[in-house]
Design a protein around this ligand. Structure first.
Ligand SMILES: [Zn+2]
Ligand SMILES: [Zn+2]
Length: 281
């Protein structure tokens, strides 16, 4: 499995000199399976660059789109995804966390939020109806999990045919006041993967003001990694106000803390352009 980060920011795009190194685009991660199947995890503004990269490959594209949920920062890039504008391409959209979110397609291509309606998109857009508990995509098995987020959100565990695996868990508040999943249950869900990508938007000084907003404290994410023991942990969905220098510091502190809690887990701070090759341990 090959993983490329195209957008790592949370809430709203944050361009500018102070965020240029980690990047200001919102959530989008490409997963390329061993058999070449392309998955896009979320359609934040990072999706635009992914679309351009796919067009540069110059072949017909079939892309499997898995959305955590439909907040703006996770769908805003969709109209600007270049493969949508070519008839021979095929976008397969997987089910969302709940019925309210299923309406997103009509809302984003509704002639109000974007000038083109859903019926005039040239590419074939298909709504997949996979089995509820485990989705078969290319050579991989994908399992969704409900997360703690206002309005609902889902995470995914992706296991490729060679045994490599990743968990994408964003817009999740570990230890939320009203939780649908406990940290322990999520640790079991994400146990022994090669990579966990987790929402790490907040630090202690953000609390208690942002309690219940649906994002995690970095310290709680480190605790999840201690329980789940992945090979690597990528801090993700950075606060739009977190500057590059602040993320450097956050990364250094988290690395030191994780070295005590879970010495075998490698800590990464997700940034645009970061590529990882996942191999079975
Ligand atoms: Zn978000
Ligand atoms: Zn959200």
């Amino acid at each position: 499995m090959h993983v490329t980060f195209y957008g790592v920011r949370g809430s709203v795009p944050a361009p500018g000199a102070q965020t240029a190194r980690y990047g200001g685009n919102t959530s989008c991660v490409e997963v390329r399976l061993l058999d070449g199947t392309t998955l896009a995890l979320d359609a934040g503004t990072g999706l635009r660059a992914l679309g351009k990269a796919l067009v540069r490959e110059g072949r017909e594209q079939q892309v499997h789109l898995l959305l955590s949920h439909t907040h703006w920062d996770h769908v805003m890039g969709l109209p600007f995804f270049a493969p949508l504008w070519k008839k021979s391409n095929h976008l397969i959209v997987y089910p969302l966390a709940n019925e309210a979110q299923q309406r997103f397609q009509r809302n984003i291509f509704d002639d109000i939020h974007f000038p083109v309606s859903v019926h005039d998109v040239p590419a074939k857009v298909e709504l997949a109806k996979p089995d509820a508990s485990a989705w078969r995509i290319g050579g991989a098995t994908v399992r969704p999990v409900q997360l703690n987020h206002p309005g609902g959100a889902q995470g995914f565990r992706i296991e490729d045919e060679d045994g490599s695996s990743l968990c994408y868990l964003t817009d999740n508040e570990l230890n939320a006041p009203t939780a649908v999943i406990t940290t322990e249950a999520l640790a079991r869900f994400s146990a022994d993967t090669d990579l966990i990508i987790h929402d790490s938007q907040y630090v202690r000084s953000d609390m208690p003001h942002k309690l219940g907003w649906g994002h995690s404290l970095v310290d709680d994410v480190l605790h999840l990694a201690e329980l789940a023991q992945p090979a690597r942990l990528a801090l993700f969905h950075h606060d739009p106000d977190r500057t590059d220098d602040a993320l450097d510091e956050l990364g250094a502190n988290s690395k030191a803390r994780l070295a005590e809690l879970a010495p075998s887990v490698e800590l990464l701070v997700a940034r645009e352009g970061l590529e990882l090759e996942l191999k079975r341990r």
